[in-house]
Design a protein around this ligand. Structure first.
Ligand code: ZN
Length: 277
C-alpha cells in the first residue's frame, strides 16, 4: 500500500525523528491568533486559552510539571491567571490533564473531563519505563458529548469522539478574527490506539465528526499536538502579519474536512498494518 504520511511527514506511532508524543519540548511563545483564542504550549503538546467576557477558560493543561509554563504564558498574553475559571480536558491522558489541580488550588479553577476518561485516568498504568501513571485528584464535574459549557459570551460544544481513549471529546468553539465570526474545531485525541476495537471507534468518530463540522460550518482547526497539523508553522505567520492581512488560521469548511480525513488516513493505515501482521 502507499505510504501515508501525516502533516509534517509525521507517521503514526513509528516516526521518532519528527516531533512526536513525548518528544523534546521545543518551546514556542504563547500566541493569540483569534480575538478570543490563544495558543500556549510547545511543539509537542499544547493547550488553548479561551478569552470570554466573564473570565478565562483553558482547553487542556499539557503535562504535569508544565503548570508554571502555562501560567507564564497566560501572563505573557496579557491576562491574569487568577481569572482562569475552568480547565476543560479533551481526554484522560496525562499530557492533557497535566496538573490542573495547581490552578484549582491557587485560583479556584474548576476542572472538567468526561466521566469515562476520569475513570480511565484513575486506573494506575505502568509506563514503559516502569513508572506509574495515575490521576492524583478528581475533577469538579463531568462534560459529555452533546453538552456545552458557557462562560460569559462564549459557549463551547462537546462531541463524543471515542477511539484515542474511550471517553475522548472533541470541541467546537466560536472564535472571532478581527471581529469576524468563525467556528473552530479541536480534534481531541490524536494517536491511533493499538486496540482494534478502539481503532474502529476512532474511524467512526472521525466520520461522524467530519459530518458534524460540515453541518455546523466549521472553518478553522487546531490540534492539541501541534506537530500533526503544523500549528506552530502557521503561528509563525500569525506572529508577523498585521491587521488586515488574511489570518492563516482561518481555513475553510473543505480544509477542515481534509484535516479530519488525514486522521482517517492515519487510522486506516494502522488498521491495514494490523491486518498484514
Ligand atoms: Zn492522548
Amino acid at each position: 500500500m502507499a505510504e501515508i504520511l501525516g502533516y509534517n511527514g509525521w507517521r503514526p506511532n513509528r516516526d521518532h525523528d519528527a516531533p512526536n508524543f513525548g518528544g523534546p519540548k521545543e518551546t514556542y511563545p504563547a500566541t493569540k491568533f483569534f480575538d478570543n483564542f490563544a495558543f500556549i504550549g510547545n511543539k509537542n503538546v499544547c493547550c488553548f486559552l479561551v478569552i470570554t467576557s466573564e473570565g478565562l477558560v483553558l482547553v487542556d493543561c499539557m503535562n504535569p510539571g508544565d503548570e508554571l509554563y502555562i501560567e507564564q504564558g497566560i501572563k505573557d498574553l496579557g491576562y491574569d491567571p487568577a481569572d482562569l475559571k475552568a480547565v476543560l480536558v479533551t481526554h484522560g491522558h496525562g499530557d492533557h490533564y497535566g496538573n490542573a489541580d495547581y490552578f484549582r488550588q491557587k485560583y479556584g479553577t474548576k476542572i472538567y473531563m468526561s466521566s469515562v476518561d476520569e475513570a480511565m485516568a484513575l486506573t494506575p498504568k505502568t509506563r514503559p519505563d516502569g513508572t506509574i501513571s495515575v490521576l492524583g485528584w478528581r475533577v469538579d464535574g463531568y462534560i459529555e458529548g452533546g453538552e456545552t459549557y458557557t462562560l460569559g459570551d462564549e459557549t463551547i460544544s462537546f462531541y463524543a469522539t471515542p477511539g484515542h481513549t474511550p471517553g475522548c471529546l472533541s470541541f467546537i468553539i466560536p472564535v472571532k478574527d478581527e471581529g469576524r465570526p468563525h467556528k473552530l474545531m479541536l480534534w481531541g485525541g490524536t494517536g491511533v490506539p493499538m486496540d482494534p476495537e478502539l481503532q474502529k471507534k476512532y474511524r467512526q468518530s472521525v466520520l461522524d465528526f467530519t459530518a458534524i463540522c460540515a453541518r455546523e460550518g466549521v472553518d478553522c482547526e487546531v490540534s492539541n499536538h501541534p506537530f500533526v497539523d503544523q500549528l506552530c508553522e502557521r503561528l509563525d505567520v500569525v506572529r508577523v502579519i498585521t491587521n488586515g492581512t488574511p489570518n492563516p488560521m482561518v481555513a475553510s469548511v473543505d480544509a477542515v474536512a481534509r484535516t479530519l480525513n488525514m486522521f482517517k488516513d492515519l487510522v486506516d493505515h494502522r488498521i491495514a498494518l494490523g491486518i498484514l501482521q
